[in-house]
Write a protein that binds this ligand. Structure first.
Ligand code: ATP
Length: 368
């Protein structure tokens, strides 16, 4: 029996709408798999929750979450609440407290989806973004506010331990998945302290511990151009928090947009729960209309199952997504159609059910 405790946080805007479809897909798997149970609990931590109670989550929110095997997250962001609050009082504490130092983002061209690049086929690489330190730190401050002499200091925190663990995670993934090359995003010619430390450790780790992997180190400004010019040449890209964030959105742009891009915030040691969420935000412009693409959220649920040791079920979901896109009958507006969020979720669920039916049919043929 595989049983997992899942904390579900739909959040704001389209997060709530796309989460419903991801839960639908997970329920289909539960119905068809023997010995597979997900104990899902819904947490209404959102901007509405903040406006009612003055905090994004209860005081013991992190303690509560710690007892779960994984967190499935929707999206957060609302014009009524400053981003510093939604991000720094909900997402960042979860990522940092639970040592989710790997932000994993697959970038893969999908059937039936036209890339804005003329050479956008057969793109298939992953980004390992450092997720716990780097440029996204709350170290710093402001002085002399409202005066012309006002100043702001924003510190980047790079540590040997922090760099080492993200680089190792990327290299381990590369080795396990038969990849030959790791690409490191850098800018050590201009950011001469923190990025030099990054470069030194990346080089040392790959040279000493992963001799079968080739390493290319590319300045971020050139790397963004190469993402457009030769995206097929990448296999595993490892980057700091800021660079990885930007590269990931660019990555999703070149394979069809935010509605198709999942991500995982992983604590590889499994000492704490990992969190799975779409790359997109709450998309206030389309929230409430029922037209958001739920694929990024559904694919994030697939990454969650993979992390929990059910790569077989993860593959079933991804296969179903690809079959629906290949058929091309159901498409949401962001990918050139007019289907609703619900119709896309149902189409993917139906493809999963079909896969089970085909399997049962094959099995019954063997026995008759
Ligand atoms: P936030 O402040 O929460 O990040 P945002 O609107 O700034 O919200 P996103 O939510 O990432 O940023 O959305 C950027 C654009 O992409 C929006 O125009 C939105 O409508 C579109 N978009 C994002 N996610 C989806 C989706 N799942 N389906 C369709 N369109 C999407």
């Amino acid at each position: 029996m595989t049983e997992f405790k899942i904390a579900v946080i739909p959040g704001d805007g389209i997060g709530v709408e796309v989460m419903e479809e991801a839960l639908k897909v997970l329920s289909v798997l539960e119905e068809h798999e023997q010995n597979f149970v997900l104990h899902k609990e819904n947490f209404e931590w959102s901007s509405d929750y903040y406006l009612e109670r003055g905090r994004m989550m209860p005081e013991d929110g992190l303690v509560t979450l710690q007892s779960y095997d994984a967190i499935l997250f929707g999206a957060i962001g609302d014009a009524r609440v400053p981003d510093e609050i939604t991000i720094w009082e909900l997402i960042m504490p979860i990522r940092k407290q639970f040592q989710q130092y790997v932000n994993f983002r697959p970038v893969k061209s999908l059937p039936g989806i036209t890339s804005p690049l003329s050479n956008g086929d057969d793109i298939d690489f992953v980004i390992f973004r450092e997720n716990a330190e780097g440029e996204y730190s709350n170290s710093g401050g402001r002085m002399f506010e409202t005066q012309h002499s006002e100043m702001a200091i924003q510190n980047t925190i790079m540590t040997t331990a922090g760099i080492e663990r993200i680089v190792k995670a990327a290299c381990e993934y590369a080795e396990k998945n038969g990849k030959k090359k790791v690409t490191s995003a850098t800018k050590s010619n201009a950011i001469i302290h923190s990025m030099k430390l990054w470069d030194e450790h990346v080089k040392r780790i790959v040279k000493n511990e992963y001799q079968d992997l080739a390493l290319e180190s590319i300045y971020i400004d050139a790397l963004v151009a190469y993402f457009v010019q030769r995206p097929q040449s990448f296999e595993v890209v490892v980057a700091s928090n800021l660079f990885g964030d930007i590269l990931s959105d660019l990555g999703s742009g070149i394979v069809g947009g935010l509605g198709l891009s999942p991500s995982a915030n992983i604590n590889p040691e499994k000492q704490f729960p990992s969190m799975f969420e779409p790359v997109h935000g709450s998309a206030p412009d389309i929230a409430g209309k029922g037209i958001a693409n739920p694929i990024a959220q559904i694919w994030s649920a697939a990454l969650m199952l993979d992390h929990l040791g059910r790569a077989d079920l993860s593959a079933k979901i991804i296969n179903a997504i690809e079959l629906v896109l290949l058929e091309g009958k159901i498409k949401t507006a962001d990918i050139g159609g007019n289907a609703t969020t619900e119709q896309m979720g149902s189409a993917i669920s139906a493809k999963i059910i079909e896969q089970y039916a085909i399997k049962e049919n094959e099995e019954s043929k063997i026995w008759t």
